[in-house]
Design a protein around this ligand. Structure first.
Ligand code: ADP
Ligand code: MG
Length: 728
């Protein structure tokens, strides 16, 4: 096996970049080629069907069956022109990634032959046998029916030979079983709550859109090295591995030259992404060795999230063509940076106003400050559940580690906005908020500098940072479905906006002029958040953990406990008021969260135990035998002074015995703890027990990593960090 490791490393090192050519000279020529866009609808549908389907997409108008049939027919013709032979309802269950069940387009033609067929019924709704998707007990197996229903706001697309129809996934009893359904409800809740607030400023506003720009971080690992690491294959992360002598301390990877094999991979995903209409914009090396990032131009949140799920699939499959495996795990390697998925989030009106960016005049600035403050208030009020929305067994390894957002949700404002808010507390309520630079600096006024967006400070330690025209929710994990975080954030904001509007209405009913009513409502909110959720300091510091606790922010670090926030009275009230989740759904989803948590830790614990027994122990004792053989030879050849000559060897032999014994004790304890945990029926209690097991894995790996450090390199069976992280 040691020979194998050596060969694998050599082979991996010698791999060359795959040649990838752009399909045509200009990206715009093939952008969206595999998406049934509005433009294609216009070409493939008759005028009446086109009008009806756009009304359905834009305004949620119901789709009648004859129109659905015509739309399906148009899609079928277009899809077949692109070589599609199958269709699938593509959905986002509560597992990682997406699910699809392919049906061929073939059917009997009734005349003894075959024909390609696809009708409105199969476009709009299907009933996948869904009993084996996580559902938290909503569906007992005897009523194992769920259905998928087309989400017409996400365009259908082609992947390989299959026409993919984005759908929601719902139990027959009505509960959502996926990520998309609640996201769509939450996005609508934001719009419904924000429009009346916008109308305080501009009566023409009819709809508010949410925008998402995700930044996907990931690692690339050579597939041969990956295949020699059972832990990577089974859990997506290394459960053991001594730190490489060199890792990221020279800061020479971030924004460094992209290695040629990786560059070819990136080019390939970009081509595939462009064909799928994903506006990929940025690619670069990240901080850790073999860590990279990919980001598109932001877009409407539901579509942008679909696109993130699509590109993750594409990355997985294209990586193999280049001899890589993509790691989306939040913390694949100990001791170096983990991966996140920053969710850049903003809201804007159908009249083109971005609500989280300063405007051109005092009126639009008051609107900006109104939304800005309400977002912060929402983040403060719901900081526990926001944290729960990004928590997972895998992200737990990243949260609170020194390079990632801490397990405390606070918001970074930057000096400018902090000053603006503090100033607002001291001036009369009718003071206009001006853009500075226009009329020169004027004392007594509240001002936002003109070149504000480009000048916002950067703070990398905050989980939720204002960056000039948006908030960046950085705590989201790289493997997560963004919808989890976005649904909670959107619902929290919607809830806060409803309260705010009611308060302003009251002030106005009491005879106050609009601006004064708004500012009088905002002031107490500002006063209540500015020294609580707003924090511009170092989020990694120990002092902050104490300070955050003093401020009343949630500082819980135990993931199963964090999930409890979803079923707190306050949260249930918020979600049910908005119609985003019912109490039953919240409870069911927590069952799924705890169950998933326990299973993930269980797999890690098993893999650790087996690798310790099958890989580590044999390597350690083999080396020990070599040493003993050497000691034996020394004794034979130097009967008088062998003891002095074999001093180091004897010490090593003893050290190996000590470490191996220590490892065995820890593994035995872990196995016993697992047996106990498995007997617990209650999912929450079980997850708590597995949390302890997860903690115990740190100590186990310590012993293993120590053995790796002292054992013969030749006998070590697992590819080492220095190999996995530096070959590309
Ligand atoms: P960073 O400096 O954090 O790496 P980038 O400039 O790479 O940031 O942008 C990150 C993401 O933010 C991109 O996807 C970009 O399109 C997105 N973004 C920019 N403006 C907005 C906005 N108003 N709303 C949502 N996302 C936005
Ligand atoms: Mg960013």
């Amino acid at each position: 096996m040691s020979k194998l490791r050596f060969d694998v490393v050599q082979d991996a090192f010698k791999k060359k970049a795959v040649n990838v050519e752009l399909p045509s000279a200009k990206i715009s020529d093939f952008f969206g080629e595999l998406v049934f866009t509005r433009d294609k609808m216009r070409r493939y549908l008759d005028a009446d069907s086109f009008r009806k389907i756009t009304d359905c997409i834009d305004n949620g108008a119901p789709l009648d069956r004859p129109t659905a049939d015509k739309v399906a027919e148009g899609m079928k013709i277009w899809a077949m022109e692109h070589g599609a032979t199958h269709i699938t309802h593509w959905f986002q269950p509560l597992t990682e990634g997406t699910a699809e069940k392919h049906d061929s387009l073939m059917d009997y033609d009734g005349k003894g032959g075959m024909i390609e067929s696809f009708d409105g019924r199969s476009l709009v709704q299907q009933e996948p046998d869904a009993s084996s998707f996580p559902n938290g007990g909503i569906r007992a197996t005897f009523e194992a029916r769920g259905y998928t229903a087309w989400d017409p706001t996400s365009p259908v697309f082609i992947q390989n030979d299959t026409l993919c129809i984005p759908t929601v996934f719902i139990a027959y009893t009505g509960e959502a079983l996926d990520y998309k359904t609640p996201l769509k409800k939450a996005l609508k809740a934001v719009s419904d709550a924000a429009v009346p607030v916008c109308q305080l400023f501009d009566k023409k506003v009819k709809k508010v859109y949410s925008y998402l720009g995700w930044e996907q971080e990931y690692f690339l690992v050579d597939e041969d090295l990956y295949a020699a690491r059972p832990d990577l294959m089974l859990t997506g992360r290394t459960l053991m591995g001594h730190a490489s002598s060199k890792n990221q301390q020279l800061d020479d990877h971030y924004f460094g030259a992209i290695p040629s094999r990786v560059a070819a991979f990136m080019r390939d995903i970009e081509i595939a992404g462009y064909k799928l209409g994903i506006p990929l914009k940025t690619r670069h090396n990240e901080v850790a060795p073999n860590q990279f990032e990919l980001a598109p131009i932001y877009g409407e949140a539901n579509l942008a999230n679909d696109q993130n799920q699509m590109i993750m699939n594409v990355m997985n499959s294209i990586a193999r063509k280049h001899g890589f495996v993509v790691l989306f795990h939040e913390k694949p390697f100990d001791g170096i940076n983990g991966s996140g998925k920053h969710n850049n989030w903003s809201i804007g009106t159908d009249t083109g106003t971005m609500l989280l960016a300063p405007g051109k005049d005092a009126n639009s600035n008051l609107q900006f400050v109104t939304f800005f403050v309400n977002v912060l208030a929402a983040v403060q009020k719901y900081n526990s559940v926001l944290k729960a929305s990004i928590a997972s067994a895998t992200n737990a390894h990243r949260l609170g580690a020194n390079e990632a957002p801490p397990a405390i949700i606070s918001a970074f404002l930057g000096k400018t906005m902090t000053d603006v808010l503090r100033k607002l507390l001291t001036v009369p309520s009718d003071t206009p908020i001006e853009i500075a630079g226009k009329k020169g600096h004027s004392l007594g006024l509240v001002e936002i500098p003109e070149l504000f967006i480009d000048n916002t400070d950067r703070n990398r330690t905050s989980p939720f940072a204002f960056t000039g025209n948006r908030f960046e929710f950085r705590a989201v994990g790289s493997s997560a479905n963004c919808a989890g975080a976005l649904t909670t954030l959107s619902a929290a904001v919607a809830d806060q906006l409803l309260d705010f509007k009611a308060a302003v209405d009251k002030e106005m009913a009491a005879g106050k002029e609009r601006n004064i009513a708004i500012m009088d409502t905002l002031k107490p909110i500002i006063a209540s958040i500015i020294d609580v959720v707003c924090f511009d300091g170092n989020g990694y510091s120990e002092a902050w953990q104490k300070e955050a606790k003093r401020r009343g922010l949630d500082t819980e670090t135990n993931v199963p406990k964090m999930f409890k926030a979803f079923t707190e009275e306050k949260t249930v009230g918020m979600f049910t008021r908005l119609g985003v989740f019912s109490e039953k759904e919240l409870e069911a989803r927590n069952e799924v969260r705890w169950e998933t948590y326990s299973k993930k830790v269980q797999i890690e614990a098993r893999a650790t135990g087996r690798m310790a027994t099958n890989h580590i122990f044999p390597a350690a004792v083999a080396y020990q035998s070599r040493l003993l053989k050497n000691i034996d030879l020394l004794r034979q050849d130097f009967p008088n002074d062998w003891e002095a000559l074999a001093g180091t060897q004897v010490r090593m032999v003893k050290e190996i015995s000590r470490l191996v014994a220590d490892l065995t004790v820890k593994i035995d304890a872990m196995v016993a703890a697992r047996k106990k945990a498995n007997a617990i029926a209650d999912e929450y209690e079980k997850a708590l027990a597995y949390h302890e097991i997860a903690e115990s894995l740190f100590a186990i790996r310590k012993s293993i990593d120590k053995l790796e450090e002292i054992c013969d390199n030749d006998l070590w069976p697992l590819p080492k960090y220095r190999e996995i992280l530096f070959i590309n």
